[in-house]
Write a protein that binds this ligand. Sequence first.
Ligand SMILES: Cc1cc2nc3c(=O)[nH]c(=O)nc-3n(C[C@H](O)[C@H](O)[C@H](O)COP(=O)(O)O)c2cc1C
Length: 212
Amino acid sequence: MHKIVHPKIFYFGTPVVLISTRNADGSANLAPMSSAWWLNESCMLGMSTRSQTVQNVLRERECVLNLPSVDLVGAVNRLALLTGRNPVPDYKAQQGYRFEPDKFGVAELTPEPSDIVKPPRVAECPVQLEAVVQQVHGFDEPSAWLAAIEVRIVRSHIDEQILMPGEKDYIDPEKWNPLIMNFCEFFGLSRKVHPSRLATIFAPPSRHVQPQ
Ligand SMILES: Cc1cc2nc3c(=O)[nH]c(=O)nc-3n(C[C@H](O)[C@H](O)[C@H](O)COP(=O)(O)O)c2cc1C
């Protein structure tokens, strides 16, 4: 039987993204987020406008979307409850957040230069997507302090370990093991549960099979 309830959050399970941005003084900021969805070569990022990340993105108009695999959960958790914003907004201080200028150091992650944008990539992440801002939309009501930031991916760096053998532009879903944030807890994916009809459209031509 279904019950009518009022969930505090609707975080049904999405991949974690470590978003790197450039602070006004040229240093790097790094923040975990997971309200992201993907379409064609673009991504929509849902973030609080009171984060340092959004301040940086609005000023610099670029970022890197680094996707951690499940084995990086410790690093992601070390970044939780930190902000690059100084002073820490009151509501966040009350929640236990503290200012941290060296997010890479605290997370024990390694910055490496990007090709096109100024923020660094996270060397340990198998997926590193350089992106530029296309549009910024208000989200929810103005008092919610939220923005939906549309970014276009301008360069993709993918660890060869998760590519399909012999197919340079295809990520192998059997090898990519994203870290999932599911109602604020960390999960991995289970195994493939059924052959996908949609996958037949996106598979490399050499692997095309008849839809089932
Ligand atoms: C796993 C995880 C997922 C998160 N997802 C989001 C999100 O989608 N949007 C958001 O605004 N904050 C999200 N947060 C909270 C931000 O990381 C937090 O506000 C952080 O202070 C932002 O850092 P910054 O102020 O340095 O940008 C998430 C935190 C964690 C640990």
